[in-house]
Design a protein around this ligand. Sequence first.
Ligand code: IPE
Ligand code: IPE
Ligand code: MG
Length: 252
Amino acid sequence: MDTDARQPIMVDSGKRGRVAKIPRHIAIIMDGNGRWARQRGLDRAEGHRAGVKALKPIVKECAALGVEVLTVYAFSTENWSRPQIEVNALWNLLVEFLRLETPELKAERVRIQTIGNVGALPARAQKAIETAKRDTAEQTRMVLNLALNYGGRDELVRAVNRWLDEYRPVSPERYVTASAIAEHLDTAGLPDPDLLIRSSGELRISNFLLWQLAYAEIYVTNTLWPDFNPMELHKAIRAYQERDRRFGGLRE
Ligand code: IPE
Ligand code: IPE
Ligand code: MG
């Protein structure tokens, strides 16, 4: 796919031809399914169904552009407070998505991973996740990282506790460090997101990747998630390519 809307997005860096900085890691807060459904007089679950459908073309486009990691916020630690019927519908959609799409994701050489407290999900969801992870474990083109029962605060607490479990018995005098925390987060081994996209216009991060987003560029679109498509993705990446990332230093 190649849209012109005022250049960059080139990629294909065979010996650094055509380059233009594509984010290594894109994180997306897929928000707005409920509003999309309401606008159409549909049930919220139908909005979620449409939202799941919107994901596949974005995964494929990210892989095609050379993005290394795509992390998508699918269910937060706070989303349990929604009506049980909606929560159930979400887990059913996840199971269906994994069952139907894993073969194609594998063919696209995408590896499925998760972050969040997956051990607290319904058994059927855990099983589907395990199968999808196992089936795609060898794939190396891109990681599709699903944030499920994910909360940034919960992740940090679990990370620090994991670190304490490891070190307290052997060296009780040791203090935690930034790299020790990073290495015990669910995202250990992944680069931090370069670009955070949030659909449907809310200007907040809703407990997503609190540690990892420290220097992410933020792009918010009013487009509701079910309407988010590869063109919208390109718009976000173009906006990113125009940003001046200083990391607290000075412009080059
Ligand atoms: C995002 O859409 C999907 C999940 C949080 C699971 P919402 O369901 O939050 O949609 P809105 O914000 O109500 O429109
Ligand atoms: C964030 O969206 C979580 C997901 C997209 C999974 P929410 O709709 O839950 O966030 P708030 O409530 O608007 O902050
Ligand atoms: Mg929402």
